[in-house]
Design a protein around this ligand. Sequence first.
Ligand SMILES: [Zn+2]
Length: 83
Amino acid sequence: MFARHCPRVDELKSLATSSSRVSNRVKRHVERCETCNQVVTQLRQDAELIGDLREASLSLDDRRRQEIVEICRKVASASDREG
Ligand SMILES: [Zn+2]
């Protein structure tokens, strides 16, 4: 699915979370490569979601928090099987 010249996933992850540490080569590539662009968009949404969850979890009681942890665990293991 990745073209040979695509940056590594951890480079795309850096771009999604803090673009300041990412080389211009990677940035330029992502602008042109639809596959990498989608990966970065997805990673960015994940990062936002995790931030939201972290914030929301501060106002939850332990039982609700445990339920959410369980849901995340199921989602994570489901996506492991896909890959
Ligand atoms: Zn690419």
